[in-house]
Design a protein around this ligand. Structure first.
Ligand code: AHM
Ligand code: MG
Length: 335
């Protein structure tokens, strides 16, 4: 007789973990509940996509000079209003707003949330995978620190998560040293997972990067990119979706390294943002047996200097990131 698999929910996972205090655990449950509800709302909207007229440009630019899509605005409003309602988030920083928003709080140990509410905007209009990314931090200073200071003094995330809207909707949650994958059951509305921590497989051979920018990379990176395709045994193969969440997720499950390095010219600090893209992915990777670097340092040791700071990002399983660092002349001896 076929056995019916038993699943756990994000709620079960947080309740099982003892590292948080009781009041912090309540805050975490409320925050994760908001992420789950946002995931359900976004997944439902995305199922109808063009039929609702939501897959085009909003015809405005954001503070970073990038064209805002209607779904960027919808993601921002959806998650903001859910986090406001938790009364457990002291301040929220988003890719879509210059300044963090301070929220009203009722919980004893409120949290900070940094988010990219809609990652992979260029995939929206072509029905390709997109996502949402969250870093949840413990404030390290009490009043009268400004919301900006709270984020600039934040250390490694307490909890990180991303939602991937694709053929199904995944929620990947990293907390208390483990990374877990949940899938949205559209019938029950629950995110269900096996309870088994997710680890990068070893000996992966995928690399994910936008090779069109290779002429603008440092020479050592160009040489690495040539080496992995020719002399490396076995050679690596390229897979690139163009949404960090989608590329990272494939690499997490199949074993692969993601690279968005610095470039000569406008992208001298890379493209991705430290607080709400690189930190969460670095934390998720670390808890799955991986590493994230900016090419020289562990991402999780970088202290933010500005709220929307960009950073070069190389992230993947430990063996592939060590290999990258050695081949580019910056071996990671102590990570
Ligand atoms: P976004 O947050 O505005 O969507 O930008 C971030 C995205 C990442 O998801 C993706 O990995 C990268 O930009 C793709 O950039 P490019 O088109 O330069 O390859
Ligand atoms: Mg993004």
């Amino acid at each position: 007789m076929e056995t019916v698999p038993s699943f756990i929910t994000p709620f079960d996972l947080i309740m099982q973990k003892t590292s948080a205090t009781e009041s912090e655990r309540i805050s975490l449950l409320l925050v994760v509940g908001a992420i789950e509800q946002g995931g359900r709302t976004m997944a439902a909207l995305l199922r109808k996509g063009p039929l609702l007229g939501i897959t085009g440009s909003a015809l405005v630019k954001n503070i970073q000079g990038e064209e805002v899509q209607k779904l960027d605005q919808i993601g921002q409003e959806t998650f903001l209003s859910l986090f406001r309602r938790t009364r457990a988030v002291r301040s929220i920083l988003s890719e879509e707003a210059e300044d963090p928003e301070s929220l009203s709080v009722e919980q004893i140990n409120p949290l900070l949330v940094a988010m990219d509410p809609l990652d992979g905007s260029s995939n929206i209009s072509v029905n390709a995978p997109i996502g949402s990314i969250f870093g949840v931090f413990r404030p390290t200073h009490s009043d009268p620190a400004s919301p900006a200071d709270l984020f600039l003094r934040a250390s490694s995330p307490l909890l990180s998560a991303y939602l991937l809207y694709s053929v199904s909707t995944s929620l990947v949650l990293s907390f208390a040293g483990e990374t877990h994958v949940f899938t949205l059951d559209p019938d029950s509305g629950e995110f269900l997972g096996t309870g088994v921590p997710c680890r990068f497989p070893e000996k992966g051979k995928i690399y994910s990067t936008n090779e069109a920018y290779l002429p603008h990379w440092e020479k050592s990176l160009q040489e690495y990119a040539a080496w992995i395709k020719t002399e490396r045994k076995p050679p690596m193969i390229l897979r690139y979706i163009g949404a960090l969440v989608g590329d990272f997720h494939r690499n997490l499950l199949k074993g692969g390294i993601y690279l968005y390095p610095a470039e000569a010219g406008e992208k001298a600090s890379g493209k991705l943002r430290l607080l709400y893209e690189a930190y969460p992915m670095a934390h998720i990777a670390k808890n799955a047996g991986g590493i994230a670097t900016d090419g020289k340092r562990d991402i999780l040791t970088i202290e933010p200097r500005s709220l929307h700071q960009r950073v070069p990002l190389v992230v993947g399983p430990s063996d592939l990131v060590h290999e990258f660092q050695e081949m580019t002349g910056n071996p990671l001896s102590d990570i």
